[in-house]
Design a protein around this ligand. Structure first.
Ligand SMILES: [Zn+2]
Ligand SMILES: [Zn+2]
Ligand SMILES: [Zn+2]
Length: 257
């Protein structure tokens, strides 16, 4: 079988040694950095839930007292910006269906260590053992599942966005639905104060700079952009996974496309 490149370090390796396009060493680095960022993800995942409450409260105050001075609006735009950062960092990891991987870090790391050990042992053997599909010993693997890290042949891979990502077993285990509550939380937190900012500028039109208005509008649109981007990407992934797992239910799907 022709060799493939690790998408990160560009080392040439047999496809059976690549996990979602990454070699074992790069994958290990990836898992380690995810472990490092986990406390940050968890922190924002906790505080972003309160963002609609405080942002909504501030927006109400502004609306009620009609705070329309340049200084007051500068404060509001800062609030919107900070809320945007908190919400985006909190919303994205909780919105994507694979976020549950974050809750299974220990399990993932354990599986990885086990496969890494098996793989290192195989390297010292002169024959090509360890490069075959674990279910079809006479077929060479086309890659490793990004969830269980075991090598599989093409037949058993679920191709997602053109890449062999999961084995059939793991594809059935991994949830594919987006968490809309996380998205709504993020959208409300940012869009309410941003909308109030725009409203106040419109109501007090005349003495307020256009740049502030554009700022509010941009901040208003960013969460929508993120939401639709993730929504479209994961709907496509979900569709592809379902079509390959249950081909009878998707007669129109053509895997060659
Ligand atoms: Zn690599
Ligand atoms: Zn798997
Ligand atoms: Zn196989």
């Amino acid at each position: 079988m022709p060799k493939s490149l690790c998408i990160s370090c560009r080392t040439k390796l047999p496809p059976s040694e690549l996990i979602g396009g990454l070699c074992f060493h790069c994958k290990k680095k990836g898992i380690e950095s995810l472990r490092k960022f986990l406390p940050i993800i968890k922190f924002f995942g906790y505080i972003y839930k309160f963002a609609p409450v405080y942002a909504g409260f501030i927006a109400l105050l502004y609306l009620f007292f009609n705070f329309s001075s340049t200084f007051a609006l500068a404060i509001l735009i800062m609030v919107v910006f900070i809320t945007l950062v908190i919400s985006v960092l909190g919303m994205i990891p909780h919105m994507i269906p694979y976020s549950y991987l974050l809750d299974h870090m220990r399990e993932l790391e354990g599986k990885f260590e086990l496969e890494f050990e098996k793989y290192t042992q195989c390297l010292s053997k002169p024959d090509a053992s360890g490069r075959q599909c674990i279910n079809h010993p006479n077929q060479e693997a086309v890659g490793r599942c990004t969830y269980c890290y075991e090598p599989f042949c093409a037949e058993e891979f679920i191709i997602v966005l053109g890449k062999p990502l999961y084995c059939r077993n793991c594809a059935m285990l991994i949830p594919t639905d987006i968490n809309y509550w996380a998205a709504i939380n993020g959208l409300l937190s940012v869009c309410i104060p941003a909308f109030v900012g725009i409203l106040i500028i419109v109501l007090n039109f005349g003495d307020i700079s256009l740049i502030t208005a554009i700022g509010f509008l941009v901040f208003f649109l960013i969460p929508f952009g993120i939401f639709f981007g993730i929504f479209l990407l994961y709907s496509r992934m979900k569709c592809q996974i379902k079509a390959q797992l249950y081909p009878r239910h998707a007669p129109l799907y053509d895997p060659s496309k």
